[in-house]
Design a protein around this ligand. Sequence first.
Ligand SMILES: [Cu+2]
Length: 553
Amino acid sequence: MNRRDLLRLSLVGGGLAWTQRRPLFANPLAPPFDDLPPSPATTPFVTTLPLPPVLTPVAPFSAPDVTFPPQAVNPPTYYKIISEERFVSLHPELPLTRVWGYRDANVANWPFAVGPTIVGRAQHPIVVRHENQLPANHVGFGVPEETVHFHGGHVEARSDGFPEDLPNYDVVFGSGQHYDYGYALLDPGFSHGAADPTDRPATMWYHDHVLDFTAQNVYSGLVGFFLFEDELDTLDETTGLRLPSGEFDVPLALQDKRLDAQGQLAYDVFEHNGFLGDKWLVNGAIQPFLVVKRRKYRFRLLNGCNARFLGMRLIKQGVVQRFDLIATEGGLLSQPLRNRDLVFLSPAQREDIVVDFAQYPAGTVLFLENRLRQDDGRGPSGTFTQPEIQDRGAKFLKIVVGGDAADSPPIPNVLRPFAAITQAQINGATRRTFEFKRRNGVWVINGQPVDLTQPMASVPENGLEIWRLKNGGGGWWHPVHIHLEFMHVLTRNGQTPAPDERDGIAKRDVITLGPNDEVEVFFQFRDFRGRWVMHCHTLEHEDAFMMMRFDVV
Ligand SMILES: [Cu+2]
């Protein structure tokens, strides 16, 4: 009996079979999540926001399994990341917490829970060697096996982080092993002479994706940012669109965790509906603070939670503040969406906002708060178009306005325009429907629990595709992630989508299916043939089988 069969048995039979194979709990009779004691209290806003450094190159090494397309003419830069068990401070009042995390191989001691930030530049290939130094004989949740997904990347299939080994396809690497990933960072469409520089990402991330155990491994800490730059979206503020850059460009990984009395990560492996924490972490610290200068900042918000949806508001003395939205998962918007007051993020989604702190006097205090109501793994209260936003919320980050600083210019009215899908493309597209649903206590797509040994769909390379993603009901929410290409969102429930997901303005790599939602998305799977996955990014749903393989052929 393999691990998959055991998991299936555990879901059907109440979970006992699974624990016979792996001691996932210190005590297999531990009470369910709802009976877990709350996390220990901590004083908010006593520690500064951690900013994990950018990954640094290493000397070139031989990576014989990595192949770059002939269009990749620039020499690759080489990097090395080690995954390890380490003890980090989530909060100064707690003992050190054991996490699993990535670190830069050039840095011996990595005090952060979150891994190094990878910065990639358009047309400049990189090779990343991931070395698994996780403890082989690990006790507790998580498995010391890895496959690293480059979330938002457009890369060869073997470097995408496919979740499972298949015959002659060894992509999962265990403790003591390593795996080399090649990211060409070419513009999508390059192999058809139609490289599209408007189809570039901005804020991405990388995380573990091993079959059945993604939720546990990501929750353990196997997460890092991957930022993308080019001549428009620069990281130096003096060229291109001159967006806030350097110290004024701040990635914020938002996560919820649950801690036991000893300050260690608590998790319920039987909570297949979606695990929620009661501690609010930014970049691996519980409720940190950030002192800002009186000028514009770019915040790159990532929902790094397993199952919690976020409705983030910026609050000053109880009053909702405004900011500009400039990017989603699919990179810079065609135009900024100004005067927004809410960042709605389903698990794995990203939005970049620009806040102008010049409008506030020094000493002003603001809070980044989650105002979205969500009581369980089913999803938030309300609907996608009308979520229940509360008058009070969970404060993730305190922001204190400090002194003056030279500012970057105003955010231009045009960012990265791209052509919307035409009626002719829509008419010529192949249509497929995928229904996301709960059945017999597990999560299925078109009635099927995950089976990565065969594709549910085979998609011709470069063909026009419209996928209708349908929520099968029951009040559950499913943030659907599709690998390899960004989605052009055509309709939501038959209507034109809101601007932050509308084709022609934004692109997405996670689309939210609220209760009974139906969304039509357009794709062209260019450049890379091979095996890919689509899955729910509520990680407990994904691990309880809401995933399918599609092949580009
Ligand atoms: Cu789901």
